[in-house]
Design a protein. Structure first.
Length: 128
């Protein structure tokens, strides 16, 4: 029996608005039944779009590299490498890379999710 593992470079990336996303842990990649984890890369100046929520669960993100700001239900806070943020179930959120370098973020979901379980809000953006 082998240990379920992968390297981020071995996982197919999805180019989505404002980020490249790789599902590191889910049913397809590692056979997970209860959680999912993705890695996103956000270029300088980009925003993860559209604003969205997770009606069926919650998400925690951890900033590995870079800096920016996060919005959760209209409240904006700065983030930088080492910051962890919780997006509670159903709360609308966005991430914006305000730095000069790529932002690398790991995202944890419970219960397991995929893009079909996101609820999108095209009309929501960071306040000026």
């Amino acid at each position: 029996m082998s240990v379920p593992s992968n390297h981020e470079s071995e996982v197919e990336g999805l180019d989505l608005p404002g980020r490249n996303l790789r599902w590191l842990v889910n049913a397809e990649t590692l056979g997970s039944k209860h959680m999912s984890v993705c890695l996103i890369r956000v270029a300088p100046g980009d925003k993860v779009r559209p604003a969205h929520s997770h009606p069926n669960g919650e998400e925690a993100i951890h900033i590995i590299t870079g800096e920016g700001r996060v919005m959760v239900d209209g409240e904006v806070s700065p983030v930088r490498a080492g910051t962890t943020v919780l997006f509670p179930q159903g709360q609308i959120h966005m991430l914006h890379n305000t730095g000069a370098t790529e932002m690398k973020v790991i995202c944890f979901f419970a219960p397991q999710t995929n893009l079909d379980n996101y609820k999108f809000f095209d009309d929501v953006d960071f306040p000026d």
